[in-house]
Design a protein around this ligand. Structure first.
Ligand SMILES: [Zn+2]
Length: 487
């Protein structure tokens, strides 16, 4: 585990601290003796916890929450209420509510927010071996829509809240649970609504949400990806203006020709590579665990010598485009429109560029760069909306207490390397980051072999190993207690 020592000082010893505070408390925690028993030495009695975890997990999976989250929200609220944790429902639309619950700490530190969304993406039932909302247990797996997106996080967060309450763990900070609606298609009802209208109820220093995972291969955990930042989506619109005319007389000002040239230039353009703390660490650590042929490119890409990094950049673009997108603000021309009759030269043509900006890039300066690359006064270049124009977003620091807690828990529970990642797509965490909350994307271990078999998130089928659900609950517990337990 040398890479840990090289990259920062977070390491194994921290993991050993867990449970110490709980030992003293366990003796007095008798409020609900019929629930998961507590052993004086080890914190929760995990074998009892597992039965309860599975019960809530299956109950949530059996609720069809495709664009109708209310029954799941009510289920969670009821479980919390029964356990003495007052929960509140917030809804912009009655059928699609969010649930919030809070365990009070002594206020020494700012709160920790645990998130999990209750909505799931639609299903095509004929493609499922077991009905998609049956939560069937078979051969060590649980099958169902939402098993890994996101009723795993939802269940783990719920169990952590219940255990904190039951064990009466004293807290240095409030622990807030948010189960939001609409993550996959209607965040205006979920995170957007909560931030716009109820931000004080979820405001936190740190948040944990979906967006990471532990990769298993041949049945063994290999590495954990923890999302610490994400790119910011921006659209740029190119509008070419020319003189209209008869198609029989070609014109030098032809808007379609100008636009095509402009799109060609930006499509070929590769903005400068800009690594940050997360991506630099990601590639260095990946190099330490990858097969030698690939490791060479991961090492080269962080090289200060542009000749070396350029060759690796070329290889990544060709072979691992997701990795290449992590290197820079990316531009992908995705819409091209112009013309309406074959014999008419149109006076206008438009293209839309999908820009995924590095969080620390300056939008105005980037727009100027695009204009320079295009270098054609006949083309108007502007952002297509002001969305995403939120200025600086909080990036979860690898030096933070929270990242170190996550990394220690990964080491303790999974015994693997943590790769901090920057997501190229956007998540619900983006809006919290824009409000200054440092967010970490986490997730349970899944088999690398499972994706290609069609069991990934949003796939025709979805499943999670029971053992990995339980391991993920223990991981959650470790991270949360390490960050919130009073010292
Ligand atoms: Zn999700």
């Amino acid at each position: 585990m040398r890479w840990l020592a090289l990259d920062n000082d977070a390491g194994r010893p921290k993991g050993l601290r867990y449970g110490v505070g709980i030992v003293a408390l366990a003796a007095v925690s008798v409020a609900q003796p019929f629930r998961a028993a507590v052993t004086a030495q080890n914190g929760p009695d995990w074998s009892n916890v597992e039965d309860e975890t599975m019960r809530h997990y299956q109950a949530l999976l059996r609720i069809d929450t495709v664009a109708k989250e209310r029954p799941a929200a009510e289920y969670i609220k009821q479980v919390l209420d029964e356990n003495g944790i007052p929960a509140q429902i917030y809804a912009l639309e009655p059928d699609r509510p969010n649930v919030v619950a809070r365990l009070k700490g002594n206020g020494k530190k700012k709160p920790l927010l645990i998130m999990g969304h209750t909505d799931v993406v639609p299903v095509d039932p004929v493609k499922w071996k077991f009905p998609p909302f049956s939560a069937t247990r078979d051969g060590g797996w649980v099958y169902g829509r939402g098993t890994i997106d996101d009723k795993d996080n939802t269940t783990a967060g719920l169990m952590t809240m219940l255990l904190l309450k039951r064990l009466n763990v004293p807290l240095d900070r409030d622990v807030i649970l948010l189960n939001e609606a609409g993550e996959d298609s209607a965040s205006r009802l979920g995170i957007q609504f909560m931030i716009a209208q109820h931000f004080p109820d979820i405001d936190a220093e740190y948040c944990l949400a979906e967006g990471g995972n532990v990769t298993r291969e041949r049945g063994k955990a290999q590495y954990a990806e923890i999302q610490t930042m994400e790119k910011i989506p921006r659209g740029i619109e190119l509008t070419a203006h020319g003189i209209s005319g008869h198609g029989s007389i070609p014109l030098k000002s032809n808007a379609i020709v100008h636009l095509a040239t402009a799109v060609g230039k930006v499509g070929e353009w590769r903005p400068d590579i800009k690594l940050n703390e997360t991506t630099g660490t990601y590639f260095r650590r990946l190099a330490s665990i990858a097969p030698p042929e690939q490791a060479k490119y991961y090492r080269d890409i962080v090289s200060p010598d542009p000749k070396v990094s350029r060759a690796a950049d070329d290889w990544l673009l060709e072979n691992e485009p997701r990795h290449d997108s992590m290197l820079r603000t990316s531009v992908s021309p995705n819409i091209f429109t112009g013309g309406y009759r074959s014999n008419v030269i149109p006076s206008e043509a438009k293209a839309t560029l999908d820009v995924r900006m590095l969080p620390d890039d300056d939008p105005a300066a980037f727009l100027e760069q695009i204009k320079k690359v295009i270098n054609d006064p006949a083309i108007d270049v502007r952002y297509s909306s002001t969305a995403g124009e939120r200025g600086k977003t909080a990036v979860a620091s690898l030096d933070s207490e929270a990242f170190k807690a996550v990394e220690s828990a990964v080491m303790k529970i999974y015994d693997v390397v943590t790769l901090p990642t920057m997501s190229t797509g956007a998540t619900d965490m983006a809006q919290l980051r824009a409000k200054g909350v440092q967010c970490f994307g986490i997730g349970p271990a899944t088999d690398m072999e499972d994706g290609p078999k069609g069991f990934g998130s949003h796939s025709d089928q979805e499943r999670l190993l029971e053992s990995e659900l339980h391991r993920f609950v223990r991981f959650n517990w470790d991270v949360v207690t390490s960050l919130a337990r009073a010292r």
